[in-house]
Design a protein around this ligand. Sequence first.
Ligand code: FAD
Length: 427
Amino acid sequence: MYDAIVVGARCAGASAALLLARQGRRVLLVDRMKFPSDTMSTLYIHPPGIALLARWGVLDAVAASGCPPLETVGYDVAGLRLTVPTPSTPYARVAYAPRRQVLDHLLVGAAVAAGADFAERTSLREVIWRDGRAAGVRIRTPEGLESVPAKLVIGADGRQSRLAALVDAPFRKQDELATCVYYSCWKNVEADFGYHERPDSWIVRIPTHDGVTVVATYFPQDQFAQIRLDPLAAHLETIKQNAPDLHDRLAGAERVERLVGTGRQQNYFRRMNGPGWALAGDAAHHLDSITARGITNALTQAQLLSDALAGQDLDDAGGLDARLARFAEESYGTLGEPYKTTLELARLRLTDSRAALLRAVARSPELTRRYFAMIAGVIDRSEFFTPELAELLPAAARWTAPAEPAEPAEPAGPAGPERGEVTTTPR
Ligand SMILES: Cc1cc2nc3c(=O)[nH]c(=O)nc-3n(C[C@H](O)[C@H](O)[C@H](O)COP(=O)(O)OP(=O)(O)OC[C@H]3O[C@@H](n4cnc5c(N)ncnc54)[C@H](O)[C@@H]3O)c2cc1C
């Protein structure tokens, strides 16, 4: 009998397994992939996520893996070129963008070192129910099907979460698809971390391991059908048009690896808890990757889940469910702000009022600091959009006006296949 089975062994699942194992729980962590394993991501982790890695003792290994620290943020928008220090927290001064096959593997290693059992190439098939509660799982291992009882089943199995489907976790909030994204990897390019924003376009350059720079290009979702016909051409053309300096730097560089992209970056919150089960990471909540919040959110949720369960007797079903409910409420509370900021930016509307706001912000070092800190999740929106700011800059009030209610992009229920996901081969 395990205390907890965690399905999915990346930033949400491996972190949850690590923290629960450190509480002295018996934990089984499973993933259908063989590790180390890569996944779709542009890799950037904001300082609040880095602070958690530091707190858990994993950051030193990330730094030792050769991943460069990202000490500044560049922003090229509305005639402005800003470079600011990475917004810091008391526990993290810089950001990192580690390759996922490195980061996720380090987290799994830390979970195993803390006492968790890890089974790779092992898939969740069914939930075992007893008296209306999740009481374990049926898994397919390389040796065959097995039943594993557990007091708690945690789904950290990503956007297409099988656990969410099996427990019938409804969507609590869904918003329409906002962007589509394609990214490429380049060697021998001098690049620091930064964004280039233009109307209908958002481009990010992200240095990672081995001298590689990831370049991600975001387009409005309504251009996806057209762009996916020749995504590489669209990717290179938007860099040329909207980030000409970066385009010049790429001219002498070597493109490595495949172009990768997706038009299916859903925006949702699912119900995250039920009798004997919980969801964390993308399984619980997903948002457009434009603000690079997914990894930090997943790490945050692992910490919230571990905090909620601290000291709880898992044999006390009522007590356990109350703690899971607390975890879910704290998650909705914590993740609501980045969700709102992300959806605003993901509309890719560089309106006159937003451009005016950014120009005004750029004139004040303090507002600039607070703006970037808000985007990084270091401060809350309320600490940036103060009444004083709205009085000083009416544009701030207009920019933050609530979005029109969005129609759900797809019906609630088990998610379908990744219809829009496309990869192409290197040139
Ligand atoms: C294009 C793109 C770019 C992104 N860029 C960034 C970025 O720069 N910064 C950032 O913070 N976030 C980024 N994100 C988001 C980030 O990658 C995710 O939020 C993050 O990976 C979520 O981690 P997770 O552990 O919840 O889920 P995942 O990383 O999706 O991991 C889920 C795991 O569950 C396993 N699994 C699934 N089903 C089963 C099953 N039935 N049985 C067993 N195992 C199973 C999978 O094999 C997988 O290993 C990006 C996302 C996209 C799509």
